[in-house]
Design a protein. Structure first.
Length: 575
């Protein structure tokens, strides 16, 4: 098989071995395709891309780049009923956001409508296609099923002249939708349903986003896809496993026509994640029924949603590499994606302080008019990030969860009479708890501080177990924080045949917190700026709603896999 250091096309193939990489290596060694590698990513512009598409994007562009080849971005825009310019623009933005460049190789299947029509005429002339006048229901009935062989249409043996005339009249708009279709003449007895005289063209009297009213007949996907690959000189047509049964039709169409090349279709397993869904139909339901707030809702697995949540594109690329390429369908644990996100953010996200549920703390022995600038690292693991300063004053905010009036034995944060270190600042001691007269809710803590304990690593010798974060009340910025969690409560929400997948929507998948406090250094943070809020998780300024003076943060991911912890706790309880 050769080593990972084999070179082809002037580039070095360094990735881990998988069957598609091995096929390409073997083809190059054999001199197949003149030593070329040409792939394509061919989305249908009828919806938004999701994490499953990311695997195909990374594979197609990745193989081309690795072997010194090319990868086209081609829209398979053959269905004017479902396609919109909005989707086309979003798909282009998503592929570019992931870090891939198609250069001048942006194509559309509609670019080839004239050539596809000419190929269809050639199939008719050679007796390989005919115009069928059965209704849609009749065609379905005649086709049979996996247990019943198909039977031939009574229109199957029309003459070439009659078929050419009818097809031309279809093209001219003489017939209504559904009145006629063009079918391939292959084998109605074939065990492969896709080979039982599949439909090649149907009538659709609807304007196309790119060709307008120029056409009223449109080619079907299976017919268009293989010919578009051949016209573009694709060498390796990589697609997901559901197209494996379509490969004989892919090859049949190309074998009947004088195409410039015959690409090789290779299938790989699609990417499915736990606790989510990737069905376009089901995603559309979630959006249209208001279960989520649009296609870019950060709880969705769409690339638009992942981007808005704050997931870096490098994390998605690394995740797709780790998932690998196989022939067997499997469901990948979403924790692997979350791990890739944490790994990418841990290296590159600057640290900052945010208090999500503020509790007011008054340092009673700190001068009212004094402000101390506390120094803290921007990234504790990488000194090249430098340092930042945070103002410290008499009144600070801490997390409400960092105080308990009657704490359990292992609680190491603030409590009455206890000491805790304010991160990068002083050691404080809780002297008094102030409660609301009517509700009894804790509204303020009164504490004292030790002036000798200033700093992240003070040489005071004090052993204080608890370290908590804080912000200065006088200098903190107010922010809205959106805490996103997994959208579903079960690993396979669509896998329960007797239960609607919407039953498993997580009611706690979004919590919106207002009145949060963040350190002043984030005042001018532009949209899509990522931070690690110390002790809390990774957050990103919302790409649409956040702006200077109105900060909105989305939680990208927690610092640890909290769902795994919950599962362990549930397991212990069950035992």
């Amino acid at each position: 098989m050769g080593s990972d250091n084999d070179k082809h096309g002037g580039t070095e193939a360094t990735g881990p071995s998988h069957f598609i990489r091995d096929i390409i290596r073997q083809d190059l060694r054999a001199g197949k395709n003149g030593g070329r590698v040409a792939t394509r990513f061919p989305p249908e512009p009828n919806g938004y891309l999701h994490i499953g598409h990311a695997k195909s994007i990374c594979l197609n562009f990745g193989m081309a780049e690795e072997f010194g080849g090319t990868c086209n971005l081609r829209f398979d825009d053959t269905n004017p009923d479902t396609e919109e310019v909005e989707y086309i623009e979003a798909i282009e933005a998503d592929v570019a956001w992931l870090g891939f460049d198609w250069g001048d190789r942006l194509y559309h299947a509609s670019d080839y409508f004239d050539q596809l029509h000419e190929y269809a005429i050639q199939l008719i002339e050679t007796g390989k296609a005919y115009v069928d006048s059965l209704s849609g229901e009749e065609i379905k009935h005649y086709r049979g099923d996996f247990y019943t062989p198909g039977k031939e249409s009574p229109y199957r043996n029309r003459t070439v002249e009659e078929n050419l005339d009818l097809f031309e009249r279809m093209r001219a708009g003489e017939f209504d939708e559904g009145e006629h279709v063009l079918r391939a003449r292959i084998d109605m007895q074939s065990p492969n349903m896709n080979m039982r005289d599949p439909i090649l063209y149907r009538i659709r009297k609807k304007p196309h986003p790119r060709t307008g009213d120029a056409w009223c007949i449109y080619p079907m996907y299976d017919y268009t896809h293989c010919l578009s690959d051949a016209i573009e000189g694709i060498t390796h047509s990589l697609c997901t496993l559901e197209f494996e049964d379509h490969r004989p039709l892919y090859d049949w169409v190309l074998d009947q026509l004088p195409v410039p090349c015959h690409p090789q279709q290779i299938e790989f397993a699609r990417l499915d994640l736990t606790y989510t869904i990737t069905s376009k139909r089901k995603l559309k339901q979630l959006v249209e029924e208001g279960h989520v707030k649009g296609w870019d809702d950060p709880r969705l697995p769409t690339l638009q949603g992942l981007r808005r949540r704050g997931v870096p594109p490098a994390a998605i690329r690394n995740f797709c590499d780790r998932v690998g390429v196989s022939k067997a369908d499997n469901r990948v644990d979403i924790a692997l994606l979350e791990h890739a996100v944490r790994e990418a953010l841990d290296k590159h996200a600057p640290r900052a302080t945010g208090v999500l549920r503020p509790l007011r703390v008054v340092i009673t022995d700190f001068p009212e008019d004094q402000v101390v600038q506390v120094e803290a690292p921007v990234h504790p693991k990488d000194p090249s990030f430098g340092t930042r300063t945070m103002p410290f004053s008499r009144v600070v905010y801490i997390e409400r969860d960092d105080f308990m009036e009657d704490p359990p034995r292992k609680f190491r944060r603030l409590a009455p009479g206890r000491e805790v270190r304010l991160r990068h600042a002083f050691v404080i001691k809780c002297e008094e708890v102030v409660k609301h007269a009517g509700t009894g809710e804790i509204v303020e803590l009164r504490c004292t501080h030790d002036p000798s304990t200033l700093g992240s690593n003070p040489a005071d010798g004090r052993k204080v177990k608890g370290v908590i974060h804080w912000v200065s009340a006088a200098h903190a910025l107010e922010a809205e924080v959106r805490l996103y969690d997994r959208l579903f409560t079960v690993p396979d929400p669509a896998g329960h045949k007797k239960t609607d997948f919407r039953t498993f929507i997580n009611p706690d998948s979004l919590e919106v917190l207002t009145g949060c406090k963040v350190e002043p250094g984030m005042a001018d943070a532009p949209p899509e700026t990522r931070y690690q809020f110390e002790r809390l998780g990774y957050f990103c300024t919302d790409r649409h709603d956040s702006r200077p003076g109105h900060l909105v943060f989305n939680r990208i991911v927690t610092l640890r896999d909290t769902w795994a912890k919950i599962a362990r706790q549930q397991g212990k309880q069950a035992r």
